[in-house]
Design a protein around this ligand. Structure first.
Ligand SMILES: Nc1nc2c(c(=O)[nH]1)N[C@H]1C(S)=C(S)[C@@H](COP(=O)(O)O)O[C@H]1N2
Ligand SMILES: [Mo]
Length: 196
């Protein structure tokens, strides 16, 4: 059983579910970039690979800490040439119905990652495989699963959860989270949860 499954990580699939396999999978990057780009999985694996130890924290009250493997956003953005005015990235999931936007300022963070694996196993389809985002210092709805495209733009936009009442910024607020690593409820103070 995978790490996420054995820790009872919920499986969210708002906005659809991919119908293509990893062989057909492509990530498109467009908008305010010098040219449109497309990556298959081997192209993503050819970029510098890293690992982060970070907690994904959902506004719905659970969180999980894990070791995530993939490409750091900082390394990914470094091989793009952004055009003047680019200040936000809109992430669209396969399935068509899920999008979310994050400012480039928020993405410029050492633990923001395009995730290919968790705890040394490939990311399963349920949890966003073959490739998902991890933005650990914002609520989980900013971490789009089944990444299909990244569009560089000049403004904050709505998105699946943002249009249903959650904030566009996605800042983690103080409260309580069910820590799936231990099964305990713990207080969080707002911002990235790094203390456990
Ligand atoms: N495509 C897509 N991405 C998504 C979601 C979703 O429903 N569909 N849910 C988001 C929310 S609210 C959270 S908390 C995390 C949950 O990730 P998980 O389903 O792997 O637990 O994924 C985010 N990314
Ligand atoms: Mo969430």
């Amino acid at each position: 059983m995978s790490y996420l499954t054995s820790h009872r990580m919920p499986v969210f699939r708002a906005g659809g579910w991919p119908t293509i396999g990893p062989e057909q999978w492509r990530l498109k990057v467009d908008g305010l970039v010098d040219r449109e780009r497309e990556y298959d999985l081997s192209a993503i694996r050819a970029l510098p690979q890293s690992e982060v130890d970070a907690r994904l924290t959902s506004v719905s009250g659970f969180s999980l800490r894990a070791r995530w493997q993939g490409v750091l956003w900082r390394d990914f953005v470094a091989q793009l040439e952004l055009l003047p005015g680019a200040s936000h990235a809109t992430f669209t999931s396969q399935g068509g119905g899920y999008t979310t936007t994050v400012s480039l300022k928020d993405l410029d963070h050492p633990r923001v990652m395009l995730v290919l694996g968790v705890e040394d196993e490939p990311l399963e389809k349920d949890y966003g495989g073959p490739l998902r985002m991890l933005v650990p210092h914002l609520w989980g709805y900013k971490s789009a699963k089944w990444l299909e495209s990244i569009t560089l733009g000049e403004r904050m936009l709505g998105g699946f959860w943002e249009d249903r009442g959650y904030t566009r910024e996605g800042t983690i607020e103080p409260g309580v989270t069910l820590d799936l690593n231990t099964g305990e409820r713990r207080a969080i103070r707002g911002g990235e949860v790094t203390e456990f």
